[in-house]
Write a protein that binds this ligand. Structure first.
Ligand SMILES: [Ca+2]
Ligand SMILES: [Zn+2]
Length: 412
């Protein structure tokens, strides 16, 4: 039976019954027994002549006389909405009128007749009137409109189609909501992976679990995006679809925000990958606040804008610088190598857990303090004199530089 197709067709052209309240009552008048479905369908002529769709149209048209009441709740509409509502009402009236023509034509056909030209003409007219009149949706309801005529079959089919549409619509939204739930859970996994990454010091899982969770969430998002609510000509459906996508967009935006792998993330990941103590994000700085005699940013000899410098190292370097200034040596010293990110540290041949990767070591360049045109042992000795006064845990003079470090701090 083509009733499903018909329902679908009607559904495309009429608004939701829940929005436009339609109540239908079958009157006491029974259908003419001569035109029962069975009798007419038994006719070989009818079967030969009619397409299934014509048959269904005919079946629909031959229902008993009924009263259909459309009660539309009162509400103030603007001119455009009133006109739109009126066009819908006109449309329904037109449908009803054409169905009545079909029914009248059907009743005019003698049960033994070989042809039914009037019926065919009415059906053709009905069918040809369908395509042009499409109702998108309407936002307001007209006031106190009552239409008291119609065909039960038409509205039964309509009601069935709306029920079916509602059921399909509910199922579709249920699965969409379910998929949105999966996306949210996947995003929670990103959060969980990030929490681990930002709080675990040793071992630290690194950014890989975050990246995996991001990938998983994107897969869920892609599945969500395959949902197509289409245009159902049902206002509640379209509005719900709109609301759903607005909600989904907020979730997607949060995914976008949580999908960022920052420079600091990549830097901290180097510690994790090298199985080093991984300092929490707050241990890293891009600038050193407060007044320092030497340029604290010169401690950053790593590959990132972020670095670590311990406060005791800062304080010691300031003291050395200050001592040089008092001796009228404004250049003080320069930093050959200060903070190193783990990869850089490996590249320059440092030991894996070098104090350099924790901002607790520095290689200081001596200057030509004695003004003989070169940095010599005398210059180095002078730098060492100031270095010795700082209480470093380890001092290692080389040709032109002195390695200084504190032990027992971050990463130990
Ligand atoms: Ca010198
Ligand atoms: Zn060093």
């Amino acid at each position: 039976m083509m009733i499903d197709e018909l329902d679908a067709k009607i559904d495309r052209y009429l608004p939701d019954a829940g929005f436009l309240e339609i109540s239908a009552r079958l009157s006491a008048t029974a259908p003419d027994p001569k035109f029962s479905d069975e009798k007419y369908a038994e006719s070989a002529e009818f079967r030969n002549r009619s397409t299934p769709e014509l048959h269904s149209q005919f079946s629909m048209a031959k229902g008993g006389t009924i009263t259909v009441t459309i009660d539309v709740p009162s509400r103030v509409c603007n001119t455009g909405q009133t006109a739109e509502n009126q066009s819908v009402i006109d449309y329904i009236r037109d449908r009803i009128s054409r169905l009545q023509q079909i029914r009248a034509a059907a009743l005019g056909v003698n049960g033994n007749s070989k042809s039914a030209p009037a019926l065919e003409a009415a059906i053709v007219s009905y069918n040809s009137s369908l395509p042009g009149h499409q109702i998108e949706y309407w936002l307001c309801r007209p006031s106190g409109v009552t239409i008291q005529e119609g065909e039960v079959a038409f509205f039964t089919a309509y009601r069935n189609s709306v029920d079916a549409a509602r059921a399909a619509h509910a199922t579709l939204f249920d699965s969409a909501e379910n998929q949105l739930g999966k996306l949210k859970s996947a995003i929670e996994k990103i959060d969980a992976a990030r929490r681990e990454f930002e709080t675990q010091t040793r071992p630290n899982p690194g950014i890989r679990p975050i990246e995996n969770a991001i990938q998983e969430a994107n897969d869920e998002l892609n599945t969500l995006l395959t949902f197509d609510f289409g245009v159902w000509r049902i206002p509640q459906h379209d509005l719900r679809a709109q609301a759903f996508w607005a909600k989904a967009k907020a979730v997607r935006d949060s995914l976008t925000a949580k999908s960022q792998i920052s420079e600091l993330d990549r830097l901290r990941n180097e510690y994790a990958e090298n199985s080093l103590y991984t300092p929490v994000p707050g241990a890293f700085v891009q600038t050193v606040p407060g007044m320092n005699l030497f340029d604290a940013a010169s401690m950053n000899t790593g590959d990132y804008s972020w670095f670590i410098v311990s406060s005791r190292m800062l304080s010691a370097l300031n003291s050395i610088f200050s001592a040089f200034i008092q001796e009228n040596e404004p250049w003080g010293f320069s930093i050959e190598s200060g903070y190193r990110n783990p990869a850089r540290n490996i590249l320059v041949g440092g030991v894996a857990n070098s104090r350099h990767v924790f901002g607790d070591a520095a290689d200081l360049n001596a200057m030509d303090y004695n003004k003989n045109g070169q940095v010599d042992s005398q210059d180095l000795a002078r730098l060492k004199g100031h270095v010795d006064a700082q209480g470093f845990d380890f001092i290692q003079p080389k040709t032109y530089t002195i390695h200084v470090q504190f032990n027992g701090g971050l990463g130990s």
